[in-house]
Design a binder for this molecule. Structure first.
Ligand code: ACO
Length: 429
């Protein structure tokens, strides 16, 4: 709390309104507009461009400087020195674990990787060609029908167990949603493998042979999960908070987050990037697509470019680009036509005036799509993988909200519809 105040002068009202200003540990001050309601007035901020909807201690972003901190630690350091599950611990509990705490955390996650056998039959209700994100919206929400002993949100122990279950079961469900589309057998998790290895084992393994997982690809996969772990109050996290503010159970809230993530402006962008590269098809077509992206009358956008918050560079994209280079070198992929198109697009975006002026840089999804393609993950699974990584962020924010004081989220509106009018019977219309 600071002593600073904002003074608001409104036409037609003599007395100025004083609004408190709150300061965080980092980032801009926020004006507390709560007092405006008493004056019969709301604020108007479509897209929440300048509205802080909550107080949080989990993640900080400075979009101008390209800074992303989880519990104070820079994402670059976590990507270099840590791993996904350790970062999960950090996000959930606020501190890095000791060696013993880490071992216990990892072991607990491993103990929750299987899903209820009955859930396996749930998959049969889907068409074989269902999009895996459609399946994930359904099956993650359905977890609340299976795990009744972790639904009491006011009980910290229940919230903990729900967190473990979600982090542990998301890769299992994700791999099942892929296997279902191929007609291949569902793979049970192998808890002797680490988180990323286990995911690759369930995605690409089969029960007749031992899995042979490349450590380089597993490391890249772990980094993809880590770099997606949290991103403060983005659309899907805000959706989870909003759903959670009504008291909904954690599995239902995470299903809501998955739905919000699916859109191409958010998590769906990594899939959209690859589809766009395929649509461009050849380097010689790039200029016409770039021209379309610049044309105000054409809704086409270059997928994987631009970000609501990062206006200089996306720090995750830097690490992801490095990981992409490593994976491609390791796999000896040098001449991939889609990759050539991606590289050329990147070059254009970094040098073209339109992209420079509008501060449109390649975002994390631009490079994650390239890595996932190289690992052999089908395009339709890209957003599912984002959801697996982001699950911990959603839970951390949900838990932060539920364990503090909160009210049901209820935005207001600027109504521009009809004023009151009398009903007209069907014969008189
Ligand atoms: N290609 C071409 N032009 C673009 C692009 C793009 N990818 N992104 C933004 N612009 C232009 C807009 O047309 C607009 O131009 P104008 O000022 O002349 O009207 C200007 O840049 C600002 O765009 P907004 O839509 O107002 O920016 P906003 O902050 O609302 O949107 C968003 C950010 C949604 C990410 C946008 O840049 C976009 O659609 N990018 C492509 C999709 C994408 O990659 N999403 C992934 C985001 S990262 C993530 O979720 C992990």
């Amino acid at each position: 709390m600071s002593d600073k105040k904002a003074t608001l002068k409104i036409d037609g009202i003599d007395e100025a309104i004083e609004l408190p200003i709150h300061s965080g540990t980092l980032g801009p001050d926020v004006v507390d507009v709560g007092g405006l309601t008493a004056r019969g007035m709301f604020t108007y901020d479509p897209g929440f461009v300048s509205t802080a909807a909550c107080e949080s201690q989990i993640t900080f972003i400075d979009g101008g400087k390209g800074i992303l901190l989880h519990r104070g630690y820079p994402i670059e350091q976590l990507a270099e020195e840590s791993d996904y599950l350790e970062t999960c611990y950090l996000l959930l509990y606020g501190e890095l674990p000791s060696r013993e705490q880490k071992e216990e955390f990892v072991s607990t996650v491993h103990k929750h990787t299987m899903v209820n056998e009955q859930l396996r039959t749930f998959f049969n209700g889907f068409r074989r060609d269902a999009h895996p994100m459609a399946i994930m919206c359904g099956v993650v929400g359905a977890l609340s029908a299976f795990y009744h002993d972790s639904l009491e949100i006011s009980d910290e122990q229940h919230r903990q167990v729900a967190a473990f279950r979600l982090i542990a079961k998301m890769p299992t469900l994700a791999a099942m949603s892929y296997k279902y589309s191929t007609g291949g057998p569902f793979m049970y998790p192998d808890n002797s493998l680490n988180y990323a290895e286990n995911f690759l084992h369930m995605m690409f393994g089969n029960p007749c042979e031992p899995s042979n997982i490349s450590p380089v690809l597993a490391k890249a996969m772990d980094r993809v999960f880590l770099l997606h772990a949290d991103h403060e109050q983005n659309a899907s996290t805000s959706t989870v908070r909003l759903a959670g503010s009504s008291g909904a159970n954690p599995f239902a809230c995470i299903a809501a987050g998955i739905a919000a993530l699916w859109g191409p402006s958010h998590g769906g962008a990594n899939e959209a990037v690859l589809e766009m590269l395929e649509e461009i098809g050849d380097i010689s077509h790039i200029d016409s697509f770039v021209a379309r992206a610049k044309d105000k009358d054409d809704p086409f956008r270059l997928m994987g470019f631009g970000h609501r918050v990062y206006k200089n560079f996306d720090p995750r994209a830097k690490v992801m680009k490095q990981a992409a280079d490593e994976v491609l070198a390791e796999l000896g992929i040098e001449n991939d036509p889609l990759l050539d198109i991606a590289k050329r697009l990147e070059e254009i975006a970094l040098h073209d005036d339109y992209f420079i002026e509008k501060k449109l840089y390649p975002n994390v999804d631009f490079y994650s799509g390239i890595i996932l393609k190289a690992i052999g993950i089908p395009t339709s699974m890209f957003t599912v993988i984002f959801a697996v990584g982001r699950t911990v962020g959603w839970i951390a924010h949900w838990n932060e909200m539920i364990s503090g004081s909160y009210r049901i989220g209820r935005p207001r509106q600027l109504y521009t519809g009809y004023t009151q009018r009398d009903f007209v019977t069907v014969d008189e219309r």
